[in-house]
Design a protein around this ligand. Structure first.
Ligand code: ZN
Ligand code: ZN
Ligand code: ZN
Length: 456
Protein backbone atom coordinates (compact mmCIF):
# COMPACT_ATOMS: atom_id res chain seq x y z
CA UNK A 1 0.00 0.00 0.00
CA UNK A 2 2.86 2.35 0.74
CA UNK A 3 3.81 2.36 -2.94
CA UNK A 4 0.27 3.11 -4.09
CA UNK A 5 0.00 6.15 -1.84
CA UNK A 6 3.54 7.23 -2.77
CA UNK A 7 2.57 7.18 -6.45
CA UNK A 8 -0.81 8.81 -5.72
CA UNK A 9 1.02 11.68 -4.01
CA UNK A 10 2.70 12.25 -7.39
CA UNK A 11 -0.61 11.97 -9.29
CA UNK A 12 0.43 8.59 -10.65
CA UNK A 13 -1.09 5.12 -10.44
CA UNK A 14 0.01 1.61 -11.24
CA UNK A 15 -2.53 -0.31 -13.28
CA UNK A 16 -2.47 -3.86 -14.64
CA UNK A 17 -1.85 -4.14 -18.40
CA UNK A 18 -2.38 -7.27 -20.37
CA UNK A 19 0.50 -6.67 -22.74
CA UNK A 20 3.10 -5.42 -20.27
CA UNK A 21 2.40 -6.73 -16.72
CA UNK A 22 1.57 -3.25 -15.42
CA UNK A 23 1.82 0.40 -16.40
CA UNK A 24 2.33 3.75 -14.70
CA UNK A 25 -0.40 6.20 -15.72
CA UNK A 26 -1.03 9.80 -14.79
CA UNK A 27 -4.02 10.79 -12.71
CA UNK A 28 -3.95 14.40 -13.89
CA UNK A 29 -2.45 16.10 -16.95
CA UNK A 30 1.32 16.67 -16.78
CA UNK A 31 2.86 19.45 -18.82
CA UNK A 32 6.08 19.12 -20.78
CA UNK A 33 9.10 19.95 -18.63
CA UNK A 34 7.48 18.91 -15.34
CA UNK A 35 9.11 16.55 -12.88
CA UNK A 36 6.94 13.41 -12.89
CA UNK A 37 8.66 11.74 -9.95
CA UNK A 38 12.00 11.98 -8.19
CA UNK A 39 13.47 9.02 -6.40
CA UNK A 40 16.70 8.02 -4.66
CA UNK A 41 18.38 4.68 -5.40
CA UNK A 42 18.09 1.65 -3.16
CA UNK A 43 21.82 1.42 -3.87
CA UNK A 44 24.20 3.00 -6.35
CA UNK A 45 27.92 3.17 -7.00
CA UNK A 46 30.13 5.07 -9.44
CA UNK A 47 31.61 3.26 -12.45
CA UNK A 48 35.30 2.56 -11.97
CA UNK A 49 36.42 4.91 -14.76
CA UNK A 50 35.07 7.96 -12.91
CA UNK A 51 35.22 6.69 -9.30
CA UNK A 52 38.25 8.86 -8.69
CA UNK A 53 36.59 12.08 -9.78
CA UNK A 54 33.08 12.00 -8.31
CA UNK A 55 31.53 11.66 -4.84
CA UNK A 56 31.18 7.97 -4.02
CA UNK A 57 27.80 8.64 -2.46
CA UNK A 58 25.96 11.31 -4.47
CA UNK A 59 28.04 11.33 -7.72
CA UNK A 60 28.60 15.07 -7.44
CA UNK A 61 31.77 16.07 -9.29
CA UNK A 62 31.91 19.69 -8.31
CA UNK A 63 32.40 20.91 -4.76
CA UNK A 64 33.53 24.49 -5.20
CA UNK A 65 36.44 26.20 -6.85
CA UNK A 66 38.31 26.30 -3.53
CA UNK A 67 37.48 22.78 -2.30
CA UNK A 68 38.21 19.46 -3.88
CA UNK A 69 36.58 16.14 -3.10
CA UNK A 70 37.84 14.64 0.16
CA UNK A 71 39.22 11.15 0.56
CA UNK A 72 38.24 8.72 3.31
CA UNK A 73 41.19 9.06 5.70
CA UNK A 74 41.21 5.34 6.56
CA UNK A 75 41.11 3.52 3.22
CA UNK A 76 42.28 6.46 1.11
CA UNK A 77 40.10 5.19 -1.72
CA UNK A 78 36.53 6.49 -1.42
CA UNK A 79 35.94 10.14 -2.33
CA UNK A 80 33.20 12.37 -0.91
CA UNK A 81 31.91 15.84 -1.70
CA UNK A 82 30.84 16.60 1.88
CA UNK A 83 30.86 15.33 5.46
CA UNK A 84 27.15 14.66 5.03
CA UNK A 85 27.73 12.30 2.08
CA UNK A 86 30.61 10.63 3.87
CA UNK A 87 28.42 9.99 6.93
CA UNK A 88 25.60 8.57 4.82
CA UNK A 89 27.91 6.27 2.84
CA UNK A 90 29.61 5.18 6.06
CA UNK A 91 26.33 4.08 7.63
CA UNK A 92 24.98 2.44 4.49
CA UNK A 93 27.97 0.42 3.30
CA UNK A 94 31.39 2.01 3.63
CA UNK A 95 31.86 1.05 7.30
CA UNK A 96 32.18 -2.56 6.13
CA UNK A 97 34.02 -1.92 2.88
CA UNK A 98 36.53 0.42 4.50
CA UNK A 99 37.49 -2.00 7.26
CA UNK A 100 38.65 -4.46 4.69
CA UNK A 101 36.19 -7.04 6.07
CA UNK A 102 34.77 -6.99 2.60
CA UNK A 103 37.12 -6.92 -0.34
CA UNK A 104 36.54 -4.07 -2.70
CA UNK A 105 35.60 -5.58 -5.99
CA UNK A 106 35.16 -3.50 -9.10
CA UNK A 107 32.79 -6.03 -10.69
CA UNK A 108 29.40 -4.31 -10.72
CA UNK A 109 27.39 -7.43 -9.89
CA UNK A 110 29.34 -8.08 -6.69
CA UNK A 111 29.28 -4.45 -5.70
CA UNK A 112 25.55 -3.95 -6.19
CA UNK A 113 24.61 -7.23 -4.48
CA UNK A 114 26.88 -6.48 -1.53
CA UNK A 115 25.37 -3.04 -1.02
CA UNK A 116 21.77 -4.18 -1.47
CA UNK A 117 22.30 -7.05 1.03
CA UNK A 118 23.78 -4.69 3.61
CA UNK A 119 20.67 -2.52 3.28
CA UNK A 120 18.06 -5.26 3.14
CA UNK A 121 19.91 -7.48 5.62
CA UNK A 122 19.38 -4.98 8.40
CA UNK A 123 23.04 -4.06 8.74
CA UNK A 124 23.03 -0.69 7.03
CA UNK A 125 21.37 2.08 8.99
CA UNK A 126 18.22 2.68 7.01
CA UNK A 127 17.58 6.10 8.47
CA UNK A 128 20.31 7.25 6.09
CA UNK A 129 18.29 6.10 3.11
CA UNK A 130 15.40 8.27 1.89
CA UNK A 131 12.06 6.53 1.27
CA UNK A 132 13.45 3.13 2.27
CA UNK A 133 10.05 1.47 2.85
CA UNK A 134 8.74 2.39 -0.58
CA UNK A 135 11.99 1.38 -2.29
CA UNK A 136 12.08 -1.95 -0.45
CA UNK A 137 8.44 -2.77 -1.20
CA UNK A 138 8.85 -1.81 -4.86
CA UNK A 139 12.09 -3.76 -5.27
CA UNK A 140 10.34 -6.87 -3.91
CA UNK A 141 7.64 -6.57 -6.57
CA UNK A 142 9.97 -6.27 -9.58
CA UNK A 143 10.08 -9.16 -12.06
CA UNK A 144 13.29 -11.21 -11.96
CA UNK A 145 12.72 -13.06 -15.28
CA UNK A 146 14.68 -15.92 -13.74
CA UNK A 147 13.27 -18.38 -16.27
CA UNK A 148 14.51 -16.26 -19.16
CA UNK A 149 18.19 -16.19 -18.13
CA UNK A 150 20.52 -18.76 -19.69
CA UNK A 151 21.83 -21.64 -17.61
CA UNK A 152 25.35 -20.20 -17.87
CA UNK A 153 24.20 -16.87 -16.53
CA UNK A 154 22.34 -18.48 -13.64
CA UNK A 155 25.44 -20.48 -12.74
CA UNK A 156 27.49 -17.31 -12.74
CA UNK A 157 24.89 -15.59 -10.55
CA UNK A 158 24.97 -18.56 -8.22
CA UNK A 159 28.72 -18.18 -7.93
CA UNK A 160 28.45 -14.44 -7.13
CA UNK A 161 25.63 -15.05 -4.63
CA UNK A 162 27.60 -17.71 -2.75
CA UNK A 163 30.69 -15.50 -2.58
CA UNK A 164 28.73 -12.52 -1.24
CA UNK A 165 26.88 -14.62 1.35
CA UNK A 166 30.23 -15.93 2.62
CA UNK A 167 31.69 -12.44 2.74
CA UNK A 168 28.76 -10.99 4.61
CA UNK A 169 28.70 -13.84 7.16
CA UNK A 170 31.88 -12.46 8.66
CA UNK A 171 30.07 -9.26 9.67
CA UNK A 172 28.86 -9.11 13.23
CA UNK A 173 25.05 -8.93 13.45
CA UNK A 174 24.54 -10.00 9.84
CA UNK A 175 21.88 -12.66 9.97
CA UNK A 176 22.83 -15.07 7.24
CA UNK A 177 19.65 -17.06 7.87
CA UNK A 178 17.57 -14.23 6.43
CA UNK A 179 18.95 -15.05 2.97
CA UNK A 180 19.35 -18.05 0.76
CA UNK A 181 21.60 -18.26 -2.28
CA UNK A 182 18.39 -18.46 -4.25
CA UNK A 183 17.20 -15.06 -2.92
CA UNK A 184 20.47 -13.50 -3.94
CA UNK A 185 20.33 -15.05 -7.41
CA UNK A 186 16.87 -13.47 -7.77
CA UNK A 187 18.32 -10.10 -6.77
CA UNK A 188 21.00 -10.44 -9.46
CA UNK A 189 18.33 -11.33 -12.01
CA UNK A 190 16.36 -8.23 -10.98
CA UNK A 191 19.49 -6.07 -11.36
CA UNK A 192 20.12 -7.47 -14.83
CA UNK A 193 16.76 -6.45 -16.25
CA UNK A 194 15.97 -3.40 -14.10
CA UNK A 195 19.04 -1.44 -13.11
CA UNK A 196 19.87 1.92 -14.59
CA UNK A 197 23.06 3.49 -15.85
CA UNK A 198 23.35 6.85 -14.14
CA UNK A 199 24.52 9.64 -16.44
CA UNK A 200 25.91 13.13 -16.03
CA UNK A 201 24.73 16.34 -17.71
CA UNK A 202 26.31 15.31 -21.04
CA UNK A 203 24.56 11.90 -20.94
CA UNK A 204 27.91 10.21 -20.18
CA UNK A 205 27.63 7.19 -17.89
CA UNK A 206 28.95 7.76 -14.35
CA UNK A 207 27.40 4.99 -12.29
CA UNK A 208 25.03 2.12 -11.77
CA UNK A 209 21.93 2.22 -9.65
CA UNK A 210 19.00 0.15 -8.43
CA UNK A 211 16.04 2.50 -8.76
CA UNK A 212 12.92 0.43 -7.99
CA UNK A 213 10.51 3.33 -8.61
CA UNK A 214 12.09 4.11 -11.99
CA UNK A 215 11.82 0.41 -12.90
CA UNK A 216 8.03 0.66 -12.74
CA UNK A 217 7.96 2.69 -15.96
CA UNK A 218 7.61 0.79 -19.22
CA UNK A 219 9.75 1.31 -22.29
CA UNK A 220 8.92 3.03 -25.56
CA UNK A 221 11.27 3.68 -28.51
CA UNK A 222 9.48 7.03 -28.84
CA UNK A 223 9.01 7.95 -25.15
CA UNK A 224 7.04 10.82 -23.58
CA UNK A 225 9.42 11.04 -20.61
CA UNK A 226 13.18 10.92 -20.02
CA UNK A 227 15.32 9.78 -17.12
CA UNK A 228 17.59 12.48 -15.73
CA UNK A 229 19.92 12.43 -12.73
CA UNK A 230 20.57 15.07 -10.16
CA UNK A 231 23.65 13.50 -8.61
CA UNK A 232 22.41 9.98 -7.94
CA UNK A 233 18.78 11.06 -7.49
CA UNK A 234 16.73 9.88 -10.44
CA UNK A 235 14.32 12.37 -11.93
CA UNK A 236 11.70 11.34 -14.49
CA UNK A 237 10.81 14.36 -16.64
CA UNK A 238 7.94 14.81 -19.10
CA UNK A 239 9.20 15.76 -22.58
CA UNK A 240 5.67 16.02 -23.94
CA UNK A 241 2.37 17.18 -22.50
CA UNK A 242 0.86 14.01 -21.06
CA UNK A 243 -2.93 13.73 -20.72
CA UNK A 244 -4.70 12.33 -17.71
CA UNK A 245 -4.70 8.49 -17.60
CA UNK A 246 -2.02 8.23 -20.29
CA UNK A 247 0.90 5.91 -19.70
CA UNK A 248 4.26 7.50 -18.83
CA UNK A 249 7.02 5.79 -20.81
CA UNK A 250 10.80 6.07 -20.80
CA UNK A 251 13.53 4.46 -22.99
CA UNK A 252 15.65 1.60 -21.66
CA UNK A 253 18.06 1.75 -24.61
CA UNK A 254 19.45 4.33 -27.02
CA UNK A 255 16.63 4.55 -29.50
CA UNK A 256 18.80 5.86 -32.37
CA UNK A 257 18.93 2.31 -33.70
CA UNK A 258 17.03 0.31 -36.29
CA UNK A 259 13.94 -1.62 -35.24
CA UNK A 260 15.86 -4.90 -35.56
CA UNK A 261 18.68 -3.70 -33.29
CA UNK A 262 16.27 -2.16 -30.77
CA UNK A 263 14.23 -5.34 -30.58
CA UNK A 264 17.39 -7.42 -30.17
CA UNK A 265 18.68 -5.17 -27.37
CA UNK A 266 15.32 -5.21 -25.59
CA UNK A 267 14.78 -8.97 -25.77
CA UNK A 268 18.36 -9.77 -24.78
CA UNK A 269 18.35 -7.63 -21.64
CA UNK A 270 14.73 -6.95 -20.72
CA UNK A 271 12.93 -9.98 -22.13
CA UNK A 272 10.02 -8.37 -23.93
CA UNK A 273 8.91 -7.64 -27.48
CA UNK A 274 8.48 -3.91 -27.96
CA UNK A 275 5.12 -2.90 -29.34
CA UNK A 276 5.57 0.84 -29.08
CA UNK A 277 4.26 3.31 -31.68
CA UNK A 278 7.62 3.37 -33.40
CA UNK A 279 8.01 -0.40 -33.56
CA UNK A 280 4.45 -0.65 -34.86
CA UNK A 281 5.31 2.06 -37.37
CA UNK A 282 2.09 4.00 -36.93
CA UNK A 283 3.26 7.53 -36.26
CA UNK A 284 1.75 10.03 -38.68
CA UNK A 285 4.01 12.22 -40.83
CA UNK A 286 6.77 9.73 -41.49
CA UNK A 287 7.43 6.08 -41.62
CA UNK A 288 9.97 4.84 -39.17
CA UNK A 289 10.83 2.01 -41.55
CA UNK A 290 12.45 4.57 -43.86
CA UNK A 291 14.22 6.28 -40.97
CA UNK A 292 15.66 2.87 -40.08
CA UNK A 293 17.57 2.94 -43.34
CA UNK A 294 19.64 5.84 -41.98
CA UNK A 295 20.49 3.90 -38.85
CA UNK A 296 21.85 0.71 -40.39
CA UNK A 297 25.40 0.33 -39.06
CA UNK A 298 28.40 0.13 -41.38
CA UNK A 299 31.83 -1.22 -40.68
CA UNK A 300 34.05 0.84 -42.97
CA UNK A 301 35.13 4.41 -42.35
CA UNK A 302 34.97 7.28 -44.78
CA UNK A 303 38.03 8.73 -46.55
CA UNK A 304 38.69 12.40 -45.74
CA UNK A 305 37.91 13.61 -49.25
CA UNK A 306 34.50 11.98 -49.12
CA UNK A 307 33.89 13.38 -45.65
CA UNK A 308 34.62 16.89 -46.85
CA UNK A 309 32.36 16.48 -49.84
CA UNK A 310 29.58 15.07 -47.67
CA UNK A 311 29.90 17.93 -45.20
CA UNK A 312 29.57 20.56 -47.93
CA UNK A 313 26.63 18.78 -49.46
CA UNK A 314 24.79 18.63 -46.11
CA UNK A 315 25.15 22.35 -45.67
CA UNK A 316 23.75 23.19 -49.08
CA UNK A 317 21.06 20.54 -49.00
CA UNK A 318 19.92 20.57 -45.39
CA UNK A 319 20.53 24.13 -44.26
CA UNK A 320 17.62 25.58 -46.32
CA UNK A 321 15.42 22.63 -45.29
CA UNK A 322 15.91 23.13 -41.64
CA UNK A 323 14.87 26.66 -40.66
CA UNK A 324 11.98 25.06 -38.81
CA UNK A 325 14.54 23.48 -36.51
CA UNK A 326 15.48 26.93 -35.32
CA UNK A 327 12.00 27.54 -34.06
CA UNK A 328 10.45 25.61 -31.23
CA UNK A 329 8.33 23.59 -31.53
CA UNK A 330 10.11 21.95 -34.39
CA UNK A 331 8.08 20.69 -37.28
CA UNK A 332 9.56 18.05 -39.53
CA UNK A 333 9.82 19.35 -43.12
CA UNK A 334 8.18 16.75 -45.38
CA UNK A 335 11.13 16.81 -47.76
CA UNK A 336 13.70 16.11 -45.03
CA UNK A 337 13.58 12.33 -45.10
CA UNK A 338 13.57 12.03 -48.93
CA UNK A 339 16.51 14.41 -49.05
CA UNK A 340 18.50 12.33 -46.56
CA UNK A 341 17.65 9.11 -48.34
CA UNK A 342 18.62 10.48 -51.75
CA UNK A 343 22.24 10.79 -50.62
CA UNK A 344 24.85 8.05 -50.25
CA UNK A 345 24.30 5.79 -47.26
CA UNK A 346 26.14 7.20 -44.27
CA UNK A 347 25.02 5.50 -41.08
CA UNK A 348 24.61 7.42 -37.86
CA UNK A 349 27.28 5.45 -35.98
CA UNK A 350 29.84 6.37 -38.63
CA UNK A 351 28.79 10.03 -38.72
CA UNK A 352 28.98 10.30 -34.91
CA UNK A 353 32.46 8.78 -34.91
CA UNK A 354 33.60 11.24 -37.59
CA UNK A 355 32.01 14.15 -35.75
CA UNK A 356 33.91 13.45 -32.54
CA UNK A 357 37.18 13.14 -34.50
CA UNK A 358 36.48 16.45 -36.29
CA UNK A 359 35.67 18.19 -32.99
CA UNK A 360 38.82 16.81 -31.39
CA UNK A 361 40.86 18.13 -34.30
CA UNK A 362 39.00 21.46 -34.22
CA UNK A 363 37.85 21.16 -37.84
CA UNK A 364 34.76 23.23 -37.03
CA UNK A 365 33.46 23.90 -40.55
CA UNK A 366 33.45 20.27 -41.70
CA UNK A 367 32.04 19.30 -38.29
CA UNK A 368 29.16 21.74 -38.75
CA UNK A 369 28.21 20.12 -42.08
CA UNK A 370 28.34 16.59 -40.67
CA UNK A 371 26.48 17.94 -37.63
CA UNK A 372 23.60 18.95 -39.92
CA UNK A 373 23.15 15.42 -41.16
CA UNK A 374 23.26 13.99 -37.62
CA UNK A 375 20.76 16.60 -36.48
CA UNK A 376 18.43 15.71 -39.32
CA UNK A 377 18.61 12.02 -38.39
CA UNK A 378 18.10 12.78 -34.68
CA UNK A 379 15.02 14.83 -35.48
CA UNK A 380 13.58 11.79 -37.21
CA UNK A 381 14.33 9.23 -34.52
CA UNK A 382 14.14 11.04 -31.17
CA UNK A 383 11.12 12.89 -29.76
CA UNK A 384 11.72 16.58 -30.45
CA UNK A 385 12.45 17.63 -26.86
CA UNK A 386 14.85 14.76 -26.22
CA UNK A 387 18.11 15.89 -24.53
CA UNK A 388 20.19 14.20 -27.28
CA UNK A 389 18.76 16.71 -29.76
CA UNK A 390 19.37 19.63 -27.39
CA UNK A 391 22.98 18.63 -26.67
CA UNK A 392 23.62 18.16 -30.39
CA UNK A 393 22.18 21.60 -31.21
CA UNK A 394 24.56 23.03 -28.60
CA UNK A 395 27.53 21.19 -30.18
CA UNK A 396 26.55 22.65 -33.57
CA UNK A 397 26.25 26.13 -32.08
CA UNK A 398 29.83 25.74 -30.81
CA UNK A 399 30.99 24.61 -34.29
CA UNK A 400 29.54 27.72 -35.93
CA UNK A 401 30.85 29.99 -33.17
CA UNK A 402 34.36 28.59 -33.60
CA UNK A 403 34.19 28.62 -37.40
CA UNK A 404 36.98 30.67 -38.88
CA UNK A 405 35.66 31.00 -42.40
CA UNK A 406 31.92 31.49 -41.83
CA UNK A 407 32.02 35.20 -40.90
CA UNK A 408 28.86 36.93 -39.70
CA UNK A 409 26.55 34.23 -41.11
CA UNK A 410 28.22 31.59 -38.92
CA UNK A 411 27.82 33.78 -35.82
CA UNK A 412 24.15 34.27 -36.66
CA UNK A 413 23.78 30.51 -37.07
CA UNK A 414 25.42 30.03 -33.65
CA UNK A 415 22.85 32.38 -32.09
CA UNK A 416 19.91 30.53 -33.65
CA UNK A 417 21.28 27.11 -32.72
CA UNK A 418 21.94 28.17 -29.10
CA UNK A 419 18.39 29.43 -28.79
CA UNK A 420 17.04 26.10 -30.05
CA UNK A 421 19.43 24.11 -27.84
CA UNK A 422 18.24 26.07 -24.81
CA UNK A 423 14.57 25.63 -25.65
CA UNK A 424 15.01 21.86 -26.05
CA UNK A 425 17.28 21.27 -23.05
CA UNK A 426 15.26 23.45 -20.70
CA UNK A 427 12.49 20.83 -20.88
CA UNK A 428 14.59 18.01 -19.43
CA UNK A 429 17.22 20.00 -17.46
CA UNK A 430 14.95 22.42 -15.58
CA UNK A 431 14.37 21.50 -11.91
CA UNK A 432 17.14 18.89 -12.08
CA UNK A 433 19.70 20.59 -9.88
CA UNK A 434 22.58 22.97 -10.45
CA UNK A 435 24.84 20.54 -12.35
CA UNK A 436 22.27 20.14 -15.10
CA UNK A 437 21.39 23.82 -15.14
CA UNK A 438 25.09 24.60 -15.65
CA UNK A 439 24.67 23.38 -19.25
CA UNK A 440 21.93 25.97 -19.82
CA UNK A 441 24.19 28.64 -18.29
CA UNK A 442 26.99 27.67 -20.68
CA UNK A 443 24.60 27.98 -23.63
CA UNK A 444 23.54 31.42 -22.41
CA UNK A 445 27.20 32.48 -22.17
CA UNK A 446 27.82 31.39 -25.76
CA UNK A 447 24.72 33.18 -26.94
CA UNK A 448 25.73 36.41 -25.15
CA UNK A 449 29.19 36.37 -26.72
CA UNK A 450 27.75 35.77 -30.18
CA UNK A 451 25.16 38.54 -29.82
CA UNK A 452 27.87 40.90 -28.63
CA UNK A 453 29.94 40.12 -31.71
CA UNK A 454 26.91 40.86 -33.87
CA UNK A 455 26.43 44.11 -31.97
CA UNK A 456 22.87 43.24 -31.08
ZN1 ZN B 1 28.31 13.79 -2.24
ZN1 ZN C 1 37.26 4.23 3.69
ZN1 ZN D 1 9.71 0.05 -29.68
Amino acid sequence: MALDSYLAAHNLALIPRQSSYRAVVTRSPISKGSVIIESPPLCSFPTSSVADSICNHCFNSQVSSSHSLMRCSRCKSALYCSVRCQRKAWNLHHKWLCDGIITNNTNGDYEMLRRVCLVIGGIAKKEYLTDYDVLYETFGGLMDHKNDYSQDMLEYFNHVATAILNELSSIKNFNKNNFTTNNLVSFLCIFGCNNFTVHDNQIFPVGEGTYPVGSLFNHSCYPNAVVMYHGNVQVIKAIEDISSNDEVMISYIDTANTKTTRQQLLTAKYYFDCECIRCNDNVPLMTFKDVDHLLVPASSTMPTTLLLELSTRQRTLLSPLLPSLFTIPTSIPPTLLPSLLSQPHTPLTLLSQHLSDLLRNELWDIAAGIGYRILAIYILCYPKYHPMIGLHLYTMAKCFWNSTSGGRTAVEEAVKLSASARAVLEVSYKDCGKINWDVINAIDDLSMMALKELNI
